[in-house]
Design a protein around this ligand. Structure first.
Ligand code: COA
Length: 174
């Protein structure tokens, strides 16, 4: 699979790369920290070799600092996970991961991108809304983490054709 070129407008040394099975351990550590309980490294390694999935990693200089995992089915995609190391947050890393992920979706002619996010996860909700996702549904008590109260999940959806039309309109206006 080919990948769209990634511009370096936010963090000069930041690059977004396709993860390899040998990267799975580092991704699993961040996955467990940021989105507990996370996934086993073996499942992430298998995802790296699965043509119906894409595992992206963000590299800041030489340091791994974030990842995104996507799944494709027909003309739909799902963002299964996205996370950034705590000390690298608010520097545009998740934006870059998401933009690269959406570029891959466009190359694969994906019509809709879905994801689930905890209702109280304000940073993630803002991130997704900023990239054109809107709320398409709500699952009561979907997340059962360490806290005694289960948390609701929001299902968010992005119409990729509408997003492209908006990007083209913005380009035409400048
Ligand atoms: C959500 C997460 C991936 C954002 O990563 P990040 O690299 O810090 O995000 P960015 O710097 O690219 O921010 C992009 C946008 O997201 C929103 N955002 C990110 N962090 C935010 C915060 N703490 N508070 C409010 N908005 C926030 C903002 O809209 C921001 O745009 P802005 O900087 O122009 O305001 C990161 O906080 C994280 O790893 N959280 C734990 C894992 C998680 O919740 N993943 C999502 C599961 S659905």
């Amino acid at each position: 699979m080919s990948f769209p070129a990634v511009a370096n407008e936010l963090a000069v040394a930041l690059s977004i790369e396709r993860a390899l099975p040998q990267d799975a351990e580092a991704i699993a550590v961040l996955h467990a920290k940021a989105l507990p309980p996370g996934w086993p490294a073996g499942e992430i390694a298998a995802s790296c070799c699965n043509e119906n999935r894409a595992v992206l990693m963000a590299i800041d200089g030489l340091d791994f600092c974030g990842f995104a995992i996507l799944q494709f089915a027909a003309d739909e995609a799902e963002i299964l996970a996205i996370a950034v190391e705590e000390e690298t947050r608010r520097r545009g890393v998740a934006c870059r991961l998401l933009e690269t992920a959406l570029g891959i979706c466009e190359e694969r002619l994906i019509s809709y991108v879905y994801l689930e996010v905890a209702e109280r996860n304000e940073p993630a909700l803002k991130l997704y809304k900023k990239h054109g996702f809107s709320i398409a549904g709500r699952r009561e008590g979907y997340y059962h983490g360490a806290s005694p109260a289960a948390e609701n999940a929001l299902i968010m959806r992005l119409d990729t054709r509408a997003r492209l039309t908006q990007i083209e309109a913005r380009r035409g206006a400048t």
